[in-house]
Design a protein around this ligand. Structure first.
Ligand SMILES: O=C(O)C1=C[C@@H](OP(=O)(O)O)[C@@H](O)[C@H](O)C1
Ligand SMILES: C=C(OP(=O)(O)O)C(=O)O
Length: 443
């Protein structure tokens, strides 16, 4: 059993010549596990009353940071092969959570939001810090809610990182109102730890909008799988209210689905080159937002077939613009914008103002980088307006954002001479991206 170190993004900011396709791709691409499922699975297993397994976990910067943080708190995570001897599996052995610990969140929204509630259960202070961008990403929803539920947190009044959560071994819990319009992860964070709060939790979202609803569904589904009792709006509960009862959690044997948002660039490659890409193990039912790509990329000109072999997506060589509300599936925006820049008609991407506070300001970054290749993109109040124009080569900057790197690579398939700055930033969720991309083109 080995414990691997967390890859960092401190690699030199090099330029990676994005491969130009020159013809239709025809490939089968096996995509590693979902970041969102892996990090929820780790948290729930760490909070359980008995050991559990996580099979086919994603091994990337965000998930290794989560694993490292949980280990620092006393949880044992043994990396090895699964009970049936096939494939990678992590055995998670819960333990009383230790304080006087430090957590590096990197720039992982799931780590910076999901772990503060967990650490209220530790027996001492837990210091949180991360990449410079982590200081700018919204955390106030989690901090304010935890204080209202009984936690003591020192954040220097910033409502953001760095901060210290003074774990007291338990948290009272109860009712709380939050405004989660800047991130659905505020809601998910509170729900995930709530079975271990004395009174559980009732979270009421009071903001004007709530992004990334499928990710909240994922939280609810995964809580139910480990035995938690959850009342929520979609199964007859009050709108915008989630209730989790206090209970012990079961240790499960969970298999992580492929990351459908990381499947996006490969599906886009089929669309952009008029080729065909199959993603094995595409789930027939899932809460992952990437599943919406079947509909979105079909509307943009391709077609797809979901069979036992997986999802096969076929492009026609023609790409159409789209007018679409992406509020539920915001993390797909960079890849959709890249395809839209190559389309035969304009696109409007709506409902994603909160992307300004993601890994980078994604609306500004996409606008600038596509325009520097000759494009015509304008930011709207809540999204992007993209009028396709002939593009030329140049440097595509990535701003430490994995999805900027994959978006630039999609454009590079159709435009010669695109160079991706710091492609290593894909390590956040898909460390093997450059190799996978090159192999896809080799067929
Ligand atoms: O809970 C999750 O796993 C995620 C929720 C979403 O966050 P926001 O609601 O902040 O957009 C999404 O963009 C992120 O990539 C993953
Ligand atoms: C927004 C994203 O990540 P995070 O979990 O850091 O919020 C993303 O992966 O697109």
């Amino acid at each position: 059993m080995t414990e691997s170190s967390v890859p960092t993004t401190d690699l030199p900011s090099d330029l990676w010549p994005a491969p130009y396709a020159g013809g239709a791709v025809d490939a089968t691409v096996t995509v590693p596990g979902s970041k969102s499922v892996t990090n929820r699975g780790l948290v729930l297993a760490a909070l359980a009353a008995e050991p559990g397994w996580l099979r086919r976990p994603l091994r990337s910067r965000d998930t290794l940071l989560m694993a490292q943080a949980l280990r620092t708190l006393g949880v044992r995570i043994e990396e090895g092969v699964g009970p049936d001897g096939t494939g990678e599996a992590w055995r998670v052995i819960p333990a009383p959570l230790r304080g006087d610990a430090s957590v590096d969140v990197g720039n992982a929204g799931t780590v910076m939001r999901f772990l503060p509630p967990v650490t209220t259960l530790a027996d001492g202070p837990v210091r949180f810090d991360g990449d410079p961008r982590s200081h700018e990403r919204p955390l106030h929803g989690v901090i304010d809610a935890l204080r209202a539920l009984g936690a003591r947190i020192d954040d220097g009044g910033r409502g953001a990182l760095p901060m210290t959560v003074h774990g007291a071994g338990a948290l009272e819990g109860g009712r709380v109102e939050i405004d989660a319009s800047s991130s659905s992860q505020f809601v998910s964070a509170l729900l995930l730890s709530a079975p271990r709060f004395n009174q559980g939790v009732e979270v009421r979202h009071v903001g004007a909008k709530l992004p990334s609803l499928p990710h909240i569904r994922m939280t609810v589904d995964m809580l139910r799988v480990v035995g938690a009792q959850v009342d929520e709006p979609e199964t007859g509960g009050e709108p915008n209210v989630w209730r989790v009862s206090p209970s012990a959690l079961l240790g499960r044997d969970l298999t992580v689905e492929p990351d459908l948002s990381n499947a996006q660039p490969f599906l886009a490659a089929a669309l952009v080159t008029g080729g065909r890409v199959t993603i094995p193990d595409w789930p027939s039912r899932t809460t992952q937002p990437g599943d919406a790509l079947r509909e979105i990329f079909t509307a943009m000109g391709g077609s797809c077939e979901l069979t036992e072999r997986g999802l096969t997506f076929t492009g026609t060589g023609r790409i159409h613009g789209i007018d679409v509300d992406l509020s539920e599936v915001g993390e797909l925006t960079p890849g959709i914008a890249a395809v839209a820049a190559l389309a035969d008609s304009p696109s409007t991407l709506r409902g994603v103002a909160h992307l300004r506070l993601h890994e980078t300001d994604r609306l500004a970054a996409l606008t600038k980088e596509i325009n520097e290749l000759g494009g015509d993109v304008t930011e709207t109040e809540d999204g992007l307006h993209i009028r396709p124009r002939p593009l030329h080569g140049g440097i595509f900057h990535t701003y430490d954002d994995h999805r900027m790197a994959t978006a630039g690579s999609i454009i590079g398939l159709a435009v010669e001479g695109v160079q991706i700055e710091n492609v290593a930033t894909t390590a956040k969720t898909l460390p093997d991206f450059p190799r996978m991309w090159t192999e896809m083109l080799e067929g």
